[in-house]
Design a protein around this ligand. Structure first.
Ligand code: PLP
Length: 441
């Protein structure tokens, strides 16, 4: 599909792939609430099936909504252009996108190399589910050298069987960055002449506006489209984008697992992609304001706030340059692979879970809810919520401490958000004072 009038994704989102004259002159593609499609004649029906099977020269068309439908085709084409990928596939959830990708590319005996933390659901899928299908999983520490990692992989007897390197960057919930150039090098190191080791990257936190893993050598980019892509906390969706070769098995597996997004999900996503840049840029701006405020608060004597992790602090010319806390390795990765800081902030509140809970309970405008990337700001407690199912020892190793709070900044006015954070700090102070009285009494 092409559009003669525009080249930039934000312009193409208004028209690409939709011809109003074919749909009652509607400016927007209508919702196709239909599970099956009528063939004009039997030969055309047979040819559409042949196209699904990948037969050369066969012309595709709608058959049955699990295999595809007009809303899906449109949403996928529009999503594809944001990353200039060969193809995009939409799913009913981020988890179904990840699970379908694993089932399409991993076989018993294969090894998945990954580095944490990753989203709690992905962590479960990798550590608990994949081994049950005979896939070995091997975690590496981003700080270990290539030599140490290669030796460990060899000693485990895995070096001939690494089929995929999986990274989530920035990682949920800590905002920790994984070096994608290094992951590509590792994947190439394990590739064999007859089988390329794939690099798959969960780009939910920054993409596609601020991180383009395909440009950095990834084969596949995965999304919880529930988050920024859909952006209004009113739909669950997932996506995979990538080069054609890596996408073919996923497209086929999706048909048989039945994990394609339905018409309503695809329609909502098409709507959301029109405002993707607007939303994400505004959210990032507000997050900068809030993160700066949080850090100034954290520097006050006796502040319960600490370790404010916002990617914008890694920018050399940013406010953080003047501080000593900058992690030079993270700053190097940020410079090499990120185009912006996003709108996620992770930070420590007080000493423990109780302090974090009291802070969270004091928020009024910021909603206490999991998920992220929506128009409304959300806050959660990863150790007991999104990552509550992760082994406590692993949680601690990965920096998901009991006093960690994760904030997703929406499009509200930043002044109101700051007032809300102030309210939460005041609530925490009151609760702490009451606890002291309780202990004394
Ligand atoms: C980074 C990341 N990947 C994947 C998922 C799973 O996506 P979904 O909830 O849309 O299935 C999430 C959900 O929070 C996530 O944060």
């Amino acid at each position: 599909m092409s559009d003669r009038h525009a080249r930039n994704p934000e312009s193409l989102m208004m028209s690409l792939g939709h011809d109003p004259s074919a749909h009652g002159d509607a400016v927007k593609m209508p919702l196709f609430a239909s599970s099956t499609y009528v063939f004009p004649d039997a030969r055309t029906g047979a040819e559409r099936f042949a196209a699904v099977r990948g037969e050369e020269g066969a012309k595709g068309g709608p058959i049955y909504a699990r295999l595809g439908h007009p809303n899906l085709v449109l949403a996928e084409e529009r999503l594809r252009v944001w990353e200039d990928a060969d193809a995009a596939l939409l799913f009913h959830s981020g988890m179904s996108a990840i699970a379908t990708t694993f089932l399409a590319h991993l076989r018993p005996g294969d090894v998945l190399l990954f580095t944490g933390p990753v989203y709690g659901g992905t962590d479960h899928l990798i550590r608990e589910t994949l081994p049950g299908f005979g896939v070995e999983v091997f975690e590496f520490d981003p700080s270990e050298s290539d030599a140490t990692l290669l030796r460990r992989v060899r000693e485990a007897g895995f070096d001939q069987r690494v089929a995929m390197v999986y990274a989530e960057t920035p990682a949920n919930p800590t905002n920790h960055l994984v070096d994608l150039a290094r992951c590509r090098r590792l994947a190439d190191r394990f590739s064999k002449p007859d089988r390329k080791t794939l690099l798959a990257v969960d780009n939910t936190f920054l993409g596609p506006i601020w991180q383009r893993p395909l440009d950095l050598g990834a084969d596949l980019v995965l999304y919880s489209a529930t988050k920024y892509l859909a952006g209004h906390s009113d739909v669950i969706a997932g996506a995979v984008l990538g080069n054609e070769e890596a996408m073919v098995p996923i497209r086929s597996m999706r048909v048989y697992l039945g994990t394609a997004a339905g018409p309503w999900t695809a329609w909502l996503l098409t709507r959301s992609l029109e405002t993707l840049r607007l939303r994400m840029e505004r959210q990032e701006q507000s997050a900068r304001t809030l993160a700066g405020w949080l850090r100034r608060e954290a520097q006050k004597p006796d502040s319960p706030l600490a370790d404010i992790n916002f990617l914008g602090f890694l920018e050399a010319d940013g406010e953080a340059a003047a501080t000593t806390e900058i992690d030079t390795n993270q700053a190097r990765i940020y410079r090499n692979q990120c185009l912006g800081a996003g709108a996620m902030i992770a930070f420590a509140v007080g000493e423990d879970r109780e302090d974090a809970f009291d802070f969270l309970d004091g928020l009024k405008l910021v909603r206490l809810a999991v998920s992220l990337g929506g128009t409304e700001s959300l806050a959660e407690h990863p150790a007991s919520m999104t990552h509550g199912g992760v082994d406590p020892e692993i949680r601690t190793q990965e920096g998901i401490h009991e006093n960690l709070v994760r904030l997703s900044i929406g499009v509200e006015h930043p002044e109101d958000l700051i007032a809300d954070l102030q309210r939460a700090l005041a609530h925490l102070a009151e609760c702490r004072a009451e606890r002291l009285v309780g202990v004394a009494g």
